[in-house]
Design a protein around this ligand. Structure first.
Ligand code: AMP
Length: 545
């Protein structure tokens, strides 16, 4: 027997209608290539989204077709999110920092009809234009005065495109499982694979994201969204904010500029900010050097890569800010876990709290997780057993775009294998110890490269660190630490290795340390371990003879 309640579909356009009526005067502030501080309201944002929806229709884009964006976080990207998905098309966000061949592959694989491109990304698109197979035109996200010279035949200006359109548009109603957005994973091997989100998955994810013990958004918050909108829907923040009417602040192309971030935090009275660990390193370094403070900020959410404990401590001790670490993937929309203190954890000392915050966090309702052994048997939540992390839930992928029935990402029981290795403690706090392919196996026992990296970056002279497993004749594999030091710093090997004493089990201590000028990175700013292993392919440990 069915319940007797309305089966109103969960659609992104319902957010526009709701926020437009309930929070018309809440502000959206952003930095763009053509404006250092653009400010307007939700009402104006949604009116312009409706103009854009009319323009997209005139361009002839059909429901279900993909429209690509190559853009930083700003108000025009926000309008694109809502207009494209709201009208039943698929908003395909593309990371402009990917290798050019990958951008070209992605645009062609997605069969993007039009590309909406930030002014600063135009040189890339100009160079790649001859490689695009079906793109009918490019819209530059700027005004007429700032339009670049270009050889691209059907080049349009965003402001001109929407200028004369009506701001009335009837958002269509359709099945909530209709595709809304597309984002490609940027693996270090093989071609990127597309994750196709639906309206339903996006809305359920936005509901969960806003909960008090998750990202905890309230209408009184001002959210600085540094996490890129081209990477997994900006963690769903454009949608979670609209549910509660939080003010949104976006740094445009300045997302790694500590000075601009601090200024935005202070002028806009930001209460909560979200970004990857590298961003926070840049901000903390700027605050340290300038002596500036950011008193309005209460919470910082961090994810995408392991957050070193040193970041958590610096935010707490120097700025009174609580760090919430979360874990997720493109395939999980991305929210999977986030740290929260549970009442059952009892009284925690600062040290115990920092240790917990440095883990990847607790389950969020909507995501089931488990860790399994080589035989796919679930492992206990005892904080000791390591296993493959598997998840399932309404905002987890079930198939990659256009790889259906070719590359099934689920196991026989319908769980998605994340490729991460983790422990889960009795409180349900999950800790990633490695990517499956990065695990170091020494004498048959696993060593967590992430734990070692976290300890290494805690050293005041270390700017960045990576640990990889290298061949060792006695132990099969042992950890090699590769570090980048702060400018002008010197650090003898013995001092670096002694830093691990008492911080990790003795047998986990790296066998050697190599100082390099820089580490290889992927397009999303993570250390490219595959590249690093290739770089050190011929390396032999000093104690290997
Ligand atoms: P992506 O799909 O590019 O967002 O990458 C997802 C991967 O990033 C995950 O499978 C993890 O390996 C890693 N990751 C995400 N968040 C964290 C975190 N808080 N700590 C450690 N690794 C993380």
């Amino acid at each position: 027997m069915h319940g007797l309640m309305m089966d109103t579909p969960l659609l992104i356009s319902s957010l526009i209608r709701f926020a437009d009526l309930n929070y018309p005067d809440r502000e959206i502030v952003s930095v763009t290539a053509d404006n250092p501080l653009h400010r307007y309201t939700y009402r104006e944002a949604f009116a312009r989204s409706r103009k854009l929806a009319n323009a997209l229709r005139k361009l002839g884009v059909e429901p279900g077709e993909r429209v690509g964006t190559l853009a930083w976080n700003d108000y025009r990207h926000f309008e694109l999110y809502y207009a494209i998905s709201g009208s039943g098309m698929v908003c395909h966000t593309i990371n402009p920092r990917l290798y050019p061949e990958q951008v070209s592959y992605i645009v062609n694989h997605a069969e993007d009809q039009y590309l909406f491109v930030d002014l600063l990304v135009m040189p890339l698109v100009e160079a790649l234009w001859p490689t695009f197979k079906g793109v009918k035109g490019v819209v530059v996200l700027t005004n007429e005065a700032s339009m670049p010279d270009s050889q691209i035949p059907n080049l349009m200006c965003y402001e001109t495109l929407i200028a004369d359109e009506s701001d009335e548009f009837d958002w269509p109603e359709f099945d909530e499982n209709t595709a809304s957005a597309l984002c490609y994973t940027s693996g270090t091997t093989g071609n990127p694979k597309g994750v196709l989100y639906s309206h339903r998955s996006t809305l359920l994810h936005a509901f969960a994201g806003g909960l008090p013990d998750v990202l905890g958004f309230s209408g009184h918050d001002t959210a600085l969204m540094i996490v890129p909108m081209f990477h997994v829907n900006g963690w769903g923040i454009p949608f979670s904010s609209a549910i509660v009417g939080a003010k949104v602040v976006m740094p445009g192309p300045k997302m790694a500029d500590g000075e601009v971030l601090a200024a935005l935090m202070n002028t806009e009275q930001v209460t909560v900010a979200s970004g990857v660990p590298t961003i926070w390193l840049a901000l903390l370094a700027y605050l340290e050097a300038s002596g500036e403070k950011i008193p309005s900020v209460q919470r910082v959410s961090v994810g995408g890569a392991a957050c070193p404990r040193s970041i958590i401590e610096a935010f707490d001790q120097k700025h009174g800010i609580t760090v919430h670490q979360g874990w997720g993937m493109t395939e999980t929309s991305p929210l999977g876990t986030i740290f929260k203190v549970k009442p059952t954890m009892g009284e925690l000392t600062k040290d115990e709290l920092y240790d917990l915050q440095a883990k990847q966090g607790c389950g969020v309702f909507g995501i089931e997780m488990r860790i399994t052994d080589e035989n796919n048997e679930p492992l206990p939540w005892d904080g000791e057993a390591f296993g493959t992390l598997k998840v399932r839930g309404p905002w987890v992928i079930k198939d990659y775009f256009k790889l259906e029935s070719v590359d099934n990402p689920l196991d026989e029981e319908g769980w998605f294998d994340t490729g991460d290795v983790a422990t889960i403690d009795p409180h349900g706090v999950m800790q990633i110890t490695d990517r499956t392919k990065d695990v170091i196996k020494s004498g048959g026992e696993w060593i967590s490269s992430i734990d070692l990296e976290n300890v290494a970056v805690g050293h005041p002279k270390v700017a960045e660190a990576a640990v990889i497993g290298r061949y060792h004749p006695k132990w099969t594999e042992r950890p090699l630490l590769v570090v980048v030091l702060h400018e002008n710093a010197e650090l003898p090997k013995a001092d670096m290795l002694a830093w691990f004493d008492g911080k990790v089990a003795t047998w986990w201590k790296p066998n050697d340390v190599v100082v390099v000028d820089e580490l290889p990175h992927t397009a999303t700013g993570k250390v490219n371990k595959l590249g690093l292993r290739e770089q050190f392919a011929d390396y032999a440990f000093p104690d290997a003879d």
